[in-house]
Design a protein around this ligand. Sequence first.
Ligand code: GLN
Length: 553
Amino acid sequence: MKDENVEKNLPKYIFVVGGVISGVGKGVAASSIGLIMQARGYKVTSIKIDPYINVDAGTMNPTEHGEVFVLDDGDECDQDMGNYERFLGEDLGRSNYMTTGRVYQEVIRKERNLEYKGKNVEVVPDVPFEVIRRIKEATKNTNSDITIIEIGGTVGEYQNVLFLEAARILKAKHPTDVAFVLVSYLPVPSNLGEMKTKPTQYASRTLNSAGVQADVIIARGPIALDKKRKEKIALFCNVPEENVISAPDVKSIYDIPLNFEKDKMGETLTRVLHLPKKTANLTKWKNFVSKTKNGEEKVKIAVVGKYFDSGDFVLSDVYISILEALKFSSYESHVGIEIACVNSKDFESKKIPLSMLKKYDGVIVPGGFGESGIEGIISAIGYARKEKIPYFGLCYGMQLLVIEFARNVLGLKDANTREINPKSKNLVIDVMEDQKEKIKNNNLGGSMRLGAYPATLVKGTIARNAYGTSTISERHRHRYEVNNEYKEKLEKAGLIFSGMSPDGKLCEIAELSTKDHPFFLGTQFHPEFKARPLSPHPLFSAFIKACIKNKKK
Ligand code: GLN
């Protein structure tokens, strides 16, 4: 029998919005929805909308906004874009990310170019129209059947109201092609011990006041939703009971797509979007998830960074792609992982001794900017070098490796980077040629060396053996680089530049011979941005293997 409700109309759009509080995993929910629809054979893409005026995330401080994720095309965007890429296994591009700043910039550009043909340009509807144009453009660029659009923030904020208006208009124009998912939070106040639905009811009503009715409500909370509360939400928020999905806290975010699927999220969205029924093939994902459960044996990694402190709280979100990359590679090696966030400033103040690093099987130093915490990091790198603890430096972590080596092996005591001390006589890390003018003119937004660049690897090195190929492509985000005037001296002292830009001008990877150290390697790029659950990153995997070996020793 033909199902009357089924249309072949594609593409479809799924908006994911948040209610009650932020930080309950809207990005992971959006990614998981993407995965379960992809598992039904659809081509899926995801868009993140950030309500900030900032044109991109590159100008936001990581301790405020979290990690800045970099795409192949060099766009500096929100960390959720990393989740989308990891869950979907797809490379996204600039059109998958928008901010208020970016939208207004385009509307104003068009106005200046007389593209509105003398019309009054109004906040409504011209701004929402530009938002819709962007959503359709991303859908077209990626040739997608289903586009998931996550609107940042929570409903009821002034900031995202124009994006909700865009969503409302799109739904009005394509009633059967647009679905709304509200990710809400159900607190269990400790003095009551009972899960409360009222904040979700308010969130749903606030959404209604923007002209939008949720089709699906994801009930995040510390525990699973019971039948009684499911009924209550259904009744007061105007959704069928089966469209209320329970989403309790989980140990691993990678379980979430499977939990959603169990709670029939895929079927529900199929119904809402008038799509034909299909079964989801999640075999590969299930296989990966089963590996996340192993780990009697755990490898212990110290991430020595400078962006952990936020008042009295410790943030690890700043380095989320690194943490995930480490996990994928340890699961692949059939071990569990324990990651400690070590604040390098605590080495400087002597709050903790360097010798605490001995407890760990490996040390990682992530990227970063500016002076604070840097001497602490350099001494940690020196400790890892001398104590032969596997060390992996990413971007700044590579530049600081070179500085440490220059100071303590080459004996250039004041070796430094121009970023910290331009007066140093030995600037082993210097500003990139094409960055000088930009810095002088204060042209600082989206102007670093950004995005994917190729590099050539040297035979017989850790890097080359890990990748198993001679050319690679990795994502960059930096203004400084190894100063070629020191290259030969550093090499003579034992540092190997195992990865170079194809023209031989830029040092992209530095390492020590395995004769001298089990694993001491730094990359000018950010390999963490290309690590995926189903394809762990070769350098992270080589590092984890060295850590496991170190542990056994
Ligand atoms: N601050 C350094 C530079 O700009 C490193 C940047 C980074 O770690 N992403 O070159």
